[in-house]
Ligand binder design. Structure first.
Ligand code: NAP
Ligand code: SF4
Length: 683
């Protein structure tokens, strides 16, 4: 899936061409879409947020948009979340706009009123109807409350201008307050703000109209319009067009695309969503309005962006996560260095999952994201000879970071390719993007001059006394071996046999262990050549998740159509309760739904008894049962592989232990890459 290019601008002529928006010239068609990263919520001067955006401005992004900032207290996402309601708060934002302008960038601030999605008791909504994803029932805004809300938006726009922003984005999508006013199912008001659509859409139109009056003609106003709600009873296409026209007439400079309310049960940005899966939605609006349109969702590489723009789906593309992953994305595209882009793999593990856990966002493939002032990669003043053992994510991050700093680095691995456990993840349907990270590290090894020794299993004796200043042990994990009668039966396979070894697997399978890998194996086995992954085919994906491209029903949903599964699968865990409870906050529900759709039986509270010719014998809450299966696949976690550690330490060498070799029970690529990078940054 990687792109390669030597010719930069010539390869991406549309993407890299400037665009005039009112009196502002955007240098290219890349907009960094709004994404909450947690830095907006600092209570002092927003220095970290400034450094984060300045880094992306330096990387050439055309227009940056901040994470959502509330226009008043009831619109805050959670207590103490970022808001802009007075001059003192505007002063804090100068620490964002100043550094961005110093880098020659342009930045707009998103104004977000979270409505009934607010995570606090002051939540308000057009009507007092609780959302299915929030624990707080909102209070109904009175007529005066609506007027006050409009004035808050306008004041927020004025303060944003005072803080030095080049524009604002009015957040009108994703099921937040404005979106709730638009749709009958959440707006049952009988006053002038409810009733027929012309009244329901008055709130956003008034906000934009009065804001334009307040901020003058040169300030950019982006309106993010929900073009596909993906909830029953959402907006119809005719209503969306009417709103877009009214928003243009009210004075917006740009319309951005919003896809799906947060409560929608369709994955819209996760890794199993095909690239550019939703640009057809924006394309439908082309020609209906005269102002530039921004399209969004799962555009992560320049080739995809160029194709979308060149076929006229939109005028600008929006990306957020890909610019967390690589702040130099635009510059690399311009300079013909596309193969050097650190691609966002849409895993959500370090960005959105962190936000939902109230932690600062970062990026699995770029742990420097949002830590610009805290972790820096500086050239070394004392060159060292460094051995890194193991070319999985931890070893790759450590080796390439150390070499980038100027150390002499040798990276050893017993296998014939780099990547370790990542090589298995990339084989799972829906995780094809993981390939990109291996491509990126491969290129980075080349550029930084890491000396790579594949097919080379090193022993402690090979290392001791050979002049290494530092040895980094990143030898990963071994699958846990279970003490279960029949574990050596021919039916039993490990996940490594299945995902890496190409083992033949029968039509009926029991999986022991329902962690990330158990789920991955189930997904892998539910597919075969006759049942290909929908993550590479937009129409197949839309059918599978019930998205109606004709948008004949309001909300754009239809009955899902699934290809039959390739196998009959039972997924087991010993724990009681929901399977996959430990999966990512923003993706676990997708994995569970995907397997349910494929008829995978999920059983908790299992006691494993034995494997024999019949299959896997279990007890479920005291009831014996035999899973009559062709194969039993063990996905029961891992143990650290660290045989080298003790002899190396005993020799007195400077030894560091990272990744799964250090802590197998929490083995994951996010921790591995973070640990490897931070260690090498400090060597
Ligand atoms: P895991 O998440 O720790 O799950 C191990 C599974 O094995 C659990 O279901 C556990 O559940 C079971 N188990 C543990 N000891 C057992 C024993 N002695 N006998 C029988 N069952 C046992 O490990 P993993 O699935 O190997 O994943 C490893 C790491 O990779 C995870 O930390 C995860 O972060 C990462 N990963 C993530 C994803 C993702 O989608 N985000 C995908 C793949 C991997 P019970 O004890 O209840 O049976
Ligand atoms: Fe992309 Fe994953 Fe990084 Fe988020 S954590 S920006 S989804 S690669």
């Amino acid at each position: 899936m990687s792109n390669d290019s030597n010719s930069g601008v010539a390869d991406y002529p549309t993407l890299l061409s400037p665009l005039q928006v009112g009196s502002v010239t955007l240098p290219n068609r890349v907009l960094m879409g709004s994404m909450h990263v947690g830095l907006e919520d600092d209570l002092g001067p927003l220095k970290k947020m400034g450094a984060y955006f300045a880094r992306r401005a330096k990387g050439g992004v055309g227009l940056l948009v901040t994470g959502g900032i509330a226009p008043n207290i009831d619109g805050q996402a959670k207590p103490f979340a970022g808001k802009l309601t007075n001059r003192l708060e505007a002063w804090r934002h100068k620490y964002v706009t100043g550094p961005v302008h110093d880098e020659g960038g342009l930045i707009a601030m998103q104004i977000l009123h979270t409505g009934r999605y607010a995570y606090h008791p002051l939540a308000v909504a057009p009507t007092a109807i609780k959302s299915p994803i929030s624990m707080f029932k909102p209070r109904k805004l009175s007529g005066r409350g609506v007027e006050r809300t409009i004035r808050s938006f306008v004041r927020c726009g004025r303060l944003a201008k005072m803080a030095g922003y080049d524009g604002v984005e009015v957040m009108g999508s994703e099921g937040y307050l404005i979106n709730e006013f638009l749709v009958e199912k959440t707006n049952k008001r009988a006053d002038e703000w409810g009733g027929d659509y012309s009244q329901r859409m008055k709130l956003p139109v008034e906000i934009v109209r009065r804001m334009r009056e307040e901020v003058g003609p040169d300030f950019v106003i982006i309106y993010r319009l929900s073009m596909l709600d993906l909830v029953k009873g959402g907006s119809s296409w005719e209503q969306i067009v009417a709103l877009a026209k009214a928003i243009e007439a009210a004075g917006a400079s740009i319309i951005n695309t919003g896809i799906g309310w947060h409560e929608a049960r369709v994955p819209t940005i996760a890794t199993m969503v095909p690239r550019a899966a939703y640009t057809w939605v924006t394309a439908r609006l082309k020609g209906e309005v005269g102002i530039p349109l921004v399209t969004s969702n799962r555009i992560n590489m320049p080739q995809t962006a160029e194709e979308v723009l060149a076929r006229g789906d939109a005028d600008i593309i929006s990306m957020a996560r890909p610019l967390l992953a690589d702040p130099d994305w635009v510059i690399k595209a311009q300079q013909g260095r596309t193969r050097e882009i650190n691609t966002c793999i849409a895993c959500n593990q370090a960005c959105l999952d962190h936000i939902f856990q109230n932690k600062r966002a970062s990026c699995l493939v770029n742990p420097l994201a949002c830590y610009e002032t805290e972790v820096t990669i500086e050239p070394t003043t004392a060159k060292k000879k460094v051995a890194v053992i193991g070319a999985g994510p931890a070893g790759l991050a450590a080796a390439t970071t150390a070499a980038e700093r100027g150390h002499e680095v040798h990276l050893f691995d017993g296998s014939e390719t780099i990547g370790g456990q990542f090589n298995m993840a990339r084989r799972v349907p829906g995780k094809e993007e993981f390939d990109e990270t291996l491509r990126y590290f491969g290129v980075k090894i080349e550029i930084t001059g890491v000396q790579l020794h594949l097919n080379t299993r090193v022993s402690a004796d090979d290392l001791i006394g050979k002049g290494w200043d530092e040895v980094i042990v990143a030898t990963g994990v071994h699958p846990r071996r279970l003490n279960l009668p029949g574990i050596d039966h021919a039916k039993v396979l490990s996940y490594v046999d299945v995902l890496a070894g190409g083992a033949e697997v029968g039509k009926t399978v029991a999986i022991v262990g329902a962690g990330g890998i158990g789920f991955d194996v189930a997904e892998f086995l539910a597919h075969d050549a006759d049942h290909p992954s929908s993550s590479l085919d937009v129409d197949a994906y839309l059918n599978e998740w019930g998205v109606d491209k004709t948008m004949s029903e309001p909300g754009g949903l239809k009955k899902a159509e699934m290809a039959p599964p390739a196998r009959q699968i039972t997924l087991c865990q010993r724990r009681e309760g929901k399977l996959g409870a430990g999966l990512g906050k923003t993706t676990g529900w997708i994995h569970r739904q995907s397997l349910k759709k494929r008829g995978v039986r999920m059983v908790g509270g299992v006691k494993y008894l034995k494997v024999d010719d019949m299959g896997l014998h279990i007890e479920v809450r005291g009831e014996p049962e035999v899973l009559v299966v062709d194969n039993v696949v063990i996905c029961a976690g891992q143990v650290p592989a660290r045989d080298l550690l003790d002899p190396l330490r005993a020799s007195g060498m400077s030894v560091h232990l990272i990744g799964g070799a250090e802590e197998a029970s929490e083995l994951d690529a996010k921790r591995a890459i973070d640990q490897g990078t931070r260690l090498a940054a400090a060597l």
